[in-house]
Write a protein that binds this ligand. Sequence first.
Ligand SMILES: [Zn+2]
Length: 162
Amino acid sequence: MHEIENRNNFKEGDVRVCSNHRLLCSCGQNYANILFKDHVLHPMVINNLYCPECSTNVQVDFECMLVDNGWILEFNLALACGFLQRSNISSTKVNPAFIFDNGYASWNGITPDELEHRLTERKEIIELAHKDMRQYLAEIRRWGCERMKRFREAGWRKAQYC
Ligand SMILES: [Zn+2]
């Protein structure tokens, strides 16, 4: 959880920082925020991105696709392997789960659009800090737990193991 939060802190001058990439899905109706950990992979390793609207017509191929709650990330695995080797990251099983779960190409947050929601939701709580610090701390803790529970119940992959 903390690790994910930290990835959003953009440090200027640090070339290996993770920056957010906002990618449009195949039907053009939805965006996903994607992070590429340490810039090991380039956004071009994502061949296609499908939102729940456009993924319904997709024939899922688990060899190159990661399915998460209606969203599909389709990778160019050969290209991804090349980038990983160049960074001396060797693994016997470079597959979509390896890439996603290790954060080499993964949602920025728990879900594709969590980033925007998180900032808006948190802004409301942060305003409490000016009025009542104790209540603010309790609120932000409660908020963190509840939303993670919500994501886990909704079936999001990244919420399952945190
Ligand atoms: Zn779409």
